[in-house]
Design a protein around this ligand. Structure first.
Ligand SMILES: Nc1ncnc2c1ncn2[C@@H]1O[C@H](COP(=O)(O)OP(=O)(O)O)[C@@H](O)[C@H]1O
Ligand SMILES: [Mg+2]
Length: 148
């Protein structure tokens, strides 16, 4: 088997499902030896990615599907948050702190995600959707030693 365990969930693009995704992923992640701070970081990362799928991927239209797949592989957690929405035309631009396509938003979600996980990958196809892939291993970084 390519992985030791996996989780797959799908839900409608509604804000009330952000909390559901957070706690579900936290419960799955608890199979690894994370600290409470690391679990909180994972919850934050999942919240930001799912919120982005709902707000930006689907423009707050509540009737689309957000999918999360997570893998445990050799002591590392991989989380994939996927939407089939608008996509991101310029990923470098979207990653820049303070840049948002919605005027009243802060544009810090991806910066938070980067600080919460070990590695962030974004695969996006304008018009087809976005996959945000996050990797985190227990004990890989201390929350107060982060520089970015
Ligand atoms: N799933 C997504 N689909 C389409 N665009 C996205 C998605 N996630 C992020 N983006 C784009 O990346 C930008 C930056 O996202 P983020 O850092 O979370 O800031 P914010 O959500 O405050 O705009 C968003 O403004 C949006 O343009
Ligand atoms: Mg965001």
């Amino acid at each position: 088997m390519e992985f030791d365990n996996f989780l797959r969930i799908e839900f409608f693009s509604r804000p009330e499902n952000v909390g559901l995704a957070r706690v579900t992923l936290a419960a799955f992640a608890a199979q690894l030896d994370y600290t409470i701070t690391e679990i909180d970081d994972l919850k934050g990362a999942v919240s930001e990615a799912v919120s982005n799928a709902i707000i930006h991927g689907y423009g707050n239209d509540p009737d689309h599907v957000v999918k999360i797949v997570a893998y445990l592989r050799e002591g590392e957690l991989e989380i994939v948050v996927e939407d089939r929405g608008y996509g991101i035309p310029n990923i470098d631009e979207a990653l820049r702190p303070g840049v948002s396509t919605v005027p009243e938003r802060l544009g810090l979600g991806f910066s938070f995600i980067k600080s919460f996980v070990d590695r962030l990958e974004i695969i996006s196809d304008p018009g087809k959707g976005t996959r945000v892939i996050m990797f985190k291993r227990p004990g890989s970084q201390s929350s107060d030693a982060r520089t970015n």
